[in-house]
Design a protein around this ligand. Structure first.
Ligand code: NAD
Ligand code: MG
Length: 387
């Protein structure tokens, strides 16, 4: 059983994962405590969280916005820090035991890197970190002896099944995908999809970027790459199956033919709690399956012709090098353009393919080189949108 309280730095505390995490921590009966909070916008909400939790630090990563905000009501014991560099500073502080990386997009990479470098445990929701720099991040964690625990529900499922078992016993993992809201639309209907429709996910309640990624299936593409690095798998060992109910969070098929799945209602509180309380299981507040109800689970093959993002995910997982960073940045820029009304829904994945195909591949990039191709890919999408 755990003895001391674990101090958690919640980076991205105003987001969907961040808010769920604060509920999990509040219900932990003192086993978990919030030591730091961060947000980029919605600063009133950040201030309210700080008033309630009185953390040691509050970080407002958008310094310009933060300077215009009135912080007068911040608790006296809380220190206010501005700008993205403050994340890395706090991530390495002795008071921090676990960093919950719940910032969205490549903006989450540097603080995760700093935390691992400082030998901290990272509960990783920010899959973009592994998509961009999986090889380097895993190497850093291994050399520093830092723990990287998945929060993404599929990867938490696989981790819950595998534990620290040798990956040579694994034949394959099969990631489940809800298929998003447009699973049954025709190609013509897909062209008409609006921002409002794309933001309405049938089973999960998440932030806007990952909701659009789920609708294009780019989320599953990113998760293929995330699995490749987290569990040291070849692309041949990774499969995807459509499962509209989002109850089975993934399967692991072992070499002897046995298949083990992890299940639960679609509620991120469980994978967040599993990572924060690891290696212990504790009573929690996540939604539970109702065994008194009649229910059905469906599975169907994920058709790459229908979901071309999946092909991109497999290609980038196989290629490694700079390709994940290019795909990730192109997708972030394309999703932003779609949300701004500058790109059709059906143009998001082709924009990513076009940028990937024109990029100058490098097999063993440094972190700085990955950040450079990230900027290049974003500029290419802007060119693509304006063309
Ligand atoms: P969100 O948009 O709801 O919240 C994002 C958080 O990051 C906010 O606190 C925001 O202030 C902060 N942020 C945004 N831009 C930033 C920047 N440039 N610098 C620093 N902070 C910034 O996102 P979310 O849905 O909570 O997702 C967070 C991460 O978790 C993503 O990587 C996502 O893929 C992953 N994830 C989310 C879910 C989910 O259910 N929401 C499930 C699995 C994985
Ligand atoms: Mg997921």
């Amino acid at each position: 059983m755990p003895s001391a309280t674990k101090n958690v730095a919640v980076f991205g505390s105003t987001g969907s994962i961040g808010r769920n995490a604060l509920e999990v921590i509040a219900a932990s009966q003192g086993r978990l405590s919030v030591v730091a909070l961060s947000a980029h916008c919605r600063l009133s909400e950040l201030l309210e969280q700080a008033q309630l939790l009185k953390p040691r630090w509050v970080i407002a990563t958008d310094a310009e916005r933060a300077l215009r905000f009135d912080w007068e009501d911040l608790p006296a014991e809380t220190e206010l820090l501005f700008g993205p560099d403050a994340l890395a500073e706090v991530a390495t502080a002795v008071e921090v035991d676990v960093v919950l990386a719940a910032i969205v997009g490549s903006a989450g990479l540097r603080s995760t890197w700093a935390a691992l470098d400082a030998k901290k445990t990272v509960a990783l929701a920010n899959k973009e970190t592994l998509v961009m720099a999986g090889g380097l991040v895993k190497h850093l964690a291994a050399t520093q002896g830092a723990s990287l625990l998945p929060v993404d529900s599929e990867h938490s499922a696989i981790f819950q099944v595998l534990g620290n078992r040798d990956s040579s016993e694994v034949r394959r993992v099969v990631l489940t995908a809800s298929g998003g809201p447009f699973r049954n639309l025709s190609a013509d209907e897909l062209k008409q999809v609006t921002v409002h429709e794309a933001l309405a996910h049938p089973t999960w309640n998440m932030g806007p970027k990952i909701t659009i990624d789920s609708a294009t299936m780019m989320n599953k593409a990113l998760e293929i790459i995330e699995s490749r690095w987290l569990f040291n798998l070849t692309t041949e060992q990774i499969g995807v199956v459509i499962h509209p109910q989002s109850i089975v969070h993934s399967f692991v098929e072992f070499v002897d033919g046995s298949v083990i799945a992890q299940m639960g209602p679609p509620d991120m509180k469980l994978p967040i709690q599993y990572a924060l309380e690891y290696p212990h299981r504790q009573p929690g507040i996540a939604a539970r399956l109702d065994w008194t109800r009649r229910w059905q689970l469906e599975f169907e093959p994920a058709d790459e012709a229908r979901f071309p993002a999946l092909t991109l995910g497999f290609e980038c997982a196989r290629a490694g090098g700079t390709s994940g960073a290019v795909l990730n940045a192109a997708n972030e820029a394309a999703v932003a353009a779609f949300l701004a009304g500058d790109l059709h829904f059906t143009e998001i994945v082709p924009a990513c393919r076009s940028v990937l195909e024109s990029h100058d591949f490098k097999a063993e990039p440094t972190l700085e080189e990955l950040e450079t191709v990230d900027l290049w890919a974003r500029a290419e999408v802007t060119r693509w949108v304006c063309a």
